[in-house]
Design a protein around this ligand. Structure first.
Ligand SMILES: [Zn+2]
Length: 116
C-alpha cells in the first residue's frame, strides 16, 4: 500500500497494511513541507527460528512505532527519531513494514527450551 505525500494535509490520515501476518496501522501527520510523522502499531505473529537450536519459533509482535518520512532527501535534523526517505512522492507502507520485520528478526530470539 502507498499513499502520496501530497494527500497528507492538515487533517491526519489513517492507513493500514498487512504483510506476513503482521498488521501495520496508524495515522500520518503533516509536520512540514517535506516531512510527515507516522504514528503506528505493529501487531501480529512472525514465523522465525530459534537462534540457538534452529527450531521453529513464533514471534509475537506488539509494538508502537513513531518515525518521520521525508518526501525526498531529508536535509534537516531530527533529534533522536528515525527518518525514512522516499524519492517518488509516495509513502510505501510495505517497505516500512518489511524493514521493521527485518529489524525485529535481526535481534536474537530463543525458543522456550533454549531460554531456560
Ligand atoms: Zn532453541
Amino acid at each position: 500500500m502507498q499513499i502520496a505525500f501530497k494527500k497528507v494535509a492538515k487533517e491526519s490520515l489513517g492507513f493500514e497494511s498487512v504483510k506476513q501476518g503482521v498488521r501495520f496501522f496508524g495515522r500520518l501527520f503533516r509536520k512540514s513541507d517535506k516531512l510527515v510523522l507516522l504514528k503506528a502499531s505493529l501487531v501480529g505473529e512472525i514465523s522465525h527460528v530459534c537462534d540457538r537450536c534452529g527450531g521453529d519459533l513464533t514471534l509475537e509482535i506488539n509494538e508502537a512505532l513513531e518515525i518521520f518520512v521525508s518526501d525526498g532527501i531529508y536535509k534537516g535534523k531530527t533529534d533522536e527519531m528515525d527518518v525514512i526517505e522516499f524519492y517518488d512522492g509516495f509513502i510505501d507502507f510495505d517497505e516500512i513494514l518489511q524493514s521493521e520485520i527485518e529489524s525485529i528478526k535481526s535481534d536474537y530470539h530463543y525458543c522456550a527450551q533454549c531460554k531456560n
